[in-house]
Design a protein. Sequence first.
Length: 453
Amino acid sequence: MPSAASNQVPVSRDAITAEWLTHALRSTGVIAAESRVTACEQQPVVAFTLSGEAREDGGGLSGPQIVRLKLAYEGGTGPAQMVVKFGNWFDKQHMPAWPLKTRLIQAIGNLRLEDQFRSEIKFFQDIWPHINGVLLPKVYYAAIADTPNVKTWSYVLFDKRTRLRFCVLMEDLAMQQFTPVRPGEGLSFNRAKQALLNIARLHACGWNQPELWERLQLRPTPWLTFLRADEGQQRKHRDKFVHTDFIPTFLRLWAQHSRQGDHTHGFTMLRDPKMAAMLSAFNASFSTWAADAAKTPREAAQTIVHGDFHGWNHLFNPDDECRIVDFQFLGRGRVADELAYFFMASFDPEPAAEAALLELYHHALVAAGVQGYAYEQFLHEYYVSTLTLLLGSIVRAVKFLKPGQYDKLGLDQKQADLVQVGDLMRDRMMIRALNWYQTPHLRQRFFSRRETT
């Protein structure tokens, strides 16, 4: 799909008219030149947050509005319904400001929202047409009206915005009984299996092709880099933690803290002597395999990754068939990081089921054409990625998001949802780590202090 001029991207929801839709759908061949849209009825897309709040903007955390369109035609036929995802980053009424500290985190973590919006449009315009077999909604139109980013400091301090608008018209999967997953919800085995088989096709497409990444201008996926604490101040603290007895501080800060909302585990998990023993052993042993943890991601093969691959970026039908959505963090990265993130976000720890899913994914990757990537190597990278993500989570809990700051974030519903999902992820990682701590060969590899020479 070619880039669009600014008048091809709606300024607001009111600008999504029958006339505008006629032009957009003709430009991509979805409707014939003699066809036109005669009526457009807009309906909200209702989504539910982790806390159970109903949102009529589709539930997106980054700000875009998602609206269902019911269309009528003259002179030909076209899709009777579709969904539009659009945003005007300069429109602060519909894309409200984030707090200053969050804007600072976005800046230092390379998580600027303008870059996220560009990534998704780039995917639909430049990458999706060349990928075979990846299941996602049909895209009828994708366009962006863009300008260079405003200076970082002016965004962080004053919320000055880049003039950027974008729009995607896509298939309305509700007509085929596809429904979204609520944030934080654990997937069933069958649904997780379908999601993993689907993402393996995307991973296989860009496997170890640096010339392709350069041509597509793919950056390292920022969200996974942020969660691993791989850059900036997070990385400095993570490297320091490797040689520091940090778990007592973590337990002192959080073991007695009350979690917002009503969740199954909560911070009470940290009062379990077995969990505290695992975390202490993890702390004591990390310095002995830190070099391996640093070497593993450097040497691991890279490919095109979704970058925010979890259950609630999927829709499923009653037969557990899936479609993946939301490509705002698309980039290049390591499959072990992508899968570790998926399991911590979307699959409750159950060792036998998890092992079966990892094996199914690797088999699908090989079947899609990936060579020279042994299952044992992949599995080792997965363990390292998961434990590194756990360490990154603890770094943030000790240095960047202490209990008082955590409670303040809870006053804003959107941010409360984010931190509560983060809590659920850390819960799942700690339970997984406890399972591995209780497995002799994994305990020896990752939780036992080894003599270094």
